[in-house]
Design a protein around this ligand. Structure first.
Ligand code: GLA
Length: 719
């Protein structure tokens, strides 16, 4: 009765629909805005209004379903926002005022809901940007006040989702931890009552130890093709915090945003504080469907040139480290051509004169060519590359400084460090204070200077190898608690300027491997470096896990000397993304070189499918002797299937067929093994085989992985 009465009072119901899904926001009798639904959309939109009646409200226990939980008034769950008003009061109440929906284009809509505190001149606007076809939502908040003085934002999440508990199966969190060379280690477990938090306080390299990307399965862990699953992540390259609170009524509240640890933000009257976006998608067809939605969204809308092309490359990091000179590089440029890749990427070690960069303990900050190694400068290398018919790219780490550098001596106030404590280094270096606009100008100038002096420079690898210790900004003075937030916004300012001037040039996002992979940064980059660990066996697992969230076109995979696998295995694994090499070409045998050259030709023919097609994870390396992954073109006329033996115990291999996915059941496909090592026979026998999509998806194909065929690549073409 009580609820019927409430519904009769001017209740506002706001469905936010995408192609398959809906989020439903609704006001209650006190005009609080609740999130009452997230799931498959209903055929009859009028029924959304009645959803909340199905749940016994837990109002008396103080547990509610606020769409953005304020702190210190009627809701007693984990807050999305906590403030200290100008008068010192810590209580916030938010009530619904109005909302608007606008269409950005055919696919994108924007819902803005305005809420105010009845007792204070304090306002929060919730933004829901939805991508209809992709079922993706980006959600953020804009906070503003007109109080008499500064308001302190103690916590300021981007989004607050409420998932209604309904069966006894509960909620299952899949999360990631890692470290250098062991990125993307997954764990999946049922959430218990109380709060589980994943977070980062590292400042830079924010996801070195934990990643903000997660999946919540409902009722039971979703598989690739079955189950209800929500994928989420922060679009933020700094400290993040995501709370998962399972309340007494078995509802799950997800509060995601910037980590408020040591980060109270002082907000002046009339100034807007915009939180970064929290990104999410939902599927009731399992993790595979959710990933394909995210991958497609990223290509269409987020990464730079997601529908475009990429450059294959030869990198010199592992073949030379810091030890090179012009003549060595001249040889490597010839090797680049000989191998048949598009670009040579000169890595770390090319700069610094009073403090030459001959190791990782000096030179960062001094971005002038080292005169001994490169007496004729970068420009002569760019020209020489051109003379060899290849392009030239270069490594930088412009956010950093070594104490052994001219920059450190010239601008000690640009460096993040505590004035009254000994310096603490990570890889012998410190972080520059990007909260300071002068430092932003300097960092922009590093990139701009390179392109201005070398207009034909074709690629930049942007690294970031240190975390922030002893956070203190000489520039921020009394607002020290702004440092983590202003650092990231400062970094984004620089990247925005870079992109305004150089909209399409390929940039690789690197952070000593995958220490900084998120869509906040990736909107300025074409690709990222998943891990310094390029052992292909490890990469099968690392690339598998990244693929839940990031499309193959963003994954820079290089063939190196890591691991014990033969060159074929290494090349095949690198093919599942943006392919590159970091080996000494001169040390390859004739057959190894010719294998690489022909694999590059195969890659050329298939890269469009790998970069822009749909990805299907067929057999997980975690559960099987062999992992299988495939990519299918939009029109389903071309596909490629990669298969790797990941268990080297006696007798291991693929004994049963692997069912393919995403094909047209009515099309006939010619299946051919490619990337055959010179002299090796195909697992399929002498003849190419032909099957219908129907057969391949219901019976499957046996890729024949065994100790003799550790890596098998099958190409499918509709005939
Ligand atoms: C980081 C990167 C490597 C390489 C080195 C150079 O570790 O991840 O790929 O560029 O820096 O110092």
């Amino acid at each position: 009765m009580l609820f019927a009465g409430r519904a009769a009072a001017q209740q506002v119901t706001i469905p936010v629909e995408t192609q398959h899904n809906a989020i439903v926001l609704q006001t209650d009798a006190e005009k609080h805005l609740n999130m009452v639904y997230l799931g498959a959309k209903l055929a009859n939109t009028a029924e959304y209004a009645g959803i909340s009646k199905m749940y016994k409200q837990a109002d008396d226990s103080g547990v509610q379903n606020d769409a953005y939980t304020p702190s210190g008034s009627a809701s007693l769950g984990e807050p999305a926002i906590t403030v200290t008003h100008a008068d010192g009061n810590k209580s916030l109440n938010l009530t619904y005022v109005s909302h608007t929906v606008s269409k950005v284009d055919d696919d994108i809509s924007l819902l803005v809901v305005t809420m105010k505190d009845p007792a204070y001149d304090f306002e929060v606007k919730l933004y829901y940007k939805t991508y209809f076809k992709e079922d993706v939502t980006e959600q953020w908040s804009v906070i503003k006040h007109n109080e008499k003085g500064i308001v302190t934002l103690d916590k300021y999440a981007s989004a607050n989702l409420n998932l209604k508990g309904n069966t006894t199966g509960g909620f299952w969190l899949k999360q990631y931890h890692g470290n250098w060379a062991m990125e993307m280690q997954p764990e999946e477990a049922r959430l218990t009552h109380g709060i589980k938090t994943i977070d980062s306080k590292l400042g830079t390299r924010a996801n070195l130890y934990e990643h903000s990307m997660f999946a919540i399965s409902m009722d039971k862990p979703a598989t690739e093709d079955e189950g209800k699953v929500l994928y989420g992540a922060m679009e933020w390259s700094g400290n993040f915090r995501i709370d998962f609170e399972l309340d007494v009524a078995n509802n799950l509240k997800i509060i995601a945003g910037i980590n408020n640890a040591a980060s109270e933000y002082h907000l002046k009257p009339g100034v807007e504080f915009t939180t970064p976006a929290f990104l999410y998608t939902y599927s009731d067809h399992g993790k595979g469907d959710a990933s394909r939605k995210l991958q497609s969204w990223a290509r269409q809308y987020k990464i730079v040139d997601g529908n475009g092309s990429r450059l294959t490359l030869l990198n010199n990091w592992e073949s030379t480290y810091f030890d090179f000179n012009e003549s060595k590089l001249a040889g490597l440029l010839k090797d680049t051509k000989k191998l048949g890749v598009d670009l040579f990427l000169l890595d770390d070690g090319w700069f610094g004169n009073s403090h030459p960069r001959n190791g990782d303990n000096a030179g960062l900050g001094d971005w002038q060519e080292n005169k001994q190694k490169l007496p004729n400068g970068i420009s002569s290398l760019v020209k020489e590359a051109q003379a060899n018919g290849v392009k030239f790219g270069i490594w930088i780490e412009p956010e950093m400084v070594n104490p052994a550098s001219d920059l450190y001596k010239a601008h000690p106030d640009w460096v993040i460090k505590q004035p009254n404590r000994p310096e603490k280094y990570f890889r012998n270096q410190l972080v520059l204070d990007l909260a300071n606009p002068k430092v932003q100008d300097f960092v922009f100038g590093v990139v701009d200077g390179l392109f201005t002096k070398n207009p034909d420079l074709a690629y930049i690898k942007w690294d970031c190898n240190a975390v922030i210790y002893n956070a203190y900004s000489a520039y921020l003075k009394k607002d020290q608690s702004h440092i983590y937030v202003d650092y990231v916004n400062g970094l984004y300012n620089v990247l925005k300027r870079v992109r305004a001037k150089y909209p399409k040039v390929p940039l690789m996002l690197c952070s000593g491997g995958g220490g900084r992979v998120d869509y906040g940064a990736l909107q300025y980059f074409t690709e990222f470096w998943p891990s310094d660990n390029t052992d292909p066996l490890e990469r099968v697992f690392i690339q598998w896990e990244y693929s839940f969230f990031y499309p193959a076109i963003t994954s820079s995979n290089h063939v190196t000397d890591w691991g014990k696998q033969p060159i074929k295995f290494r090349v095949d694994v690198a093919m599942m993304g943006k392919m590159g090499f970091d080996i000494v070409i001169g040390k390859l045998s004739e057959s190894e070189l010719s294998f690489c050259q022909s694999a590059l030709k195969n890659y050329d023919a298939l890269k469009d499918v790998i970069w822009h097609g749909d990805q299907y994870r067929l057999a997980s390396p975690w559960d099987n002797d062999a992992a299988s992954i495939m990519y299918v073109s939009d029109d389903k006329s071309k596909a490629v299937m990669f298969n790797y033996l990941v268990n080297n115990r006696y007798g291991s291999g693929t004994k049963v067929p692997v069912r393919l996915k995403g094909l047209d059941p009515n099309k006939k496909y010619r299946v051919k093994e490619i990337n055959l090592y010179p002299g090796a026979g195909s697992v399929l026998g002498k003849e190419d085989l032909t099957f219908t999509g129907d057969f391949l998806m219901n019976v499957g194909i046996n890729p024949g992985n065994s100790a003799y065929h550790t890596s098998v690549v099958l190409q499918l073409e509709a005939i």
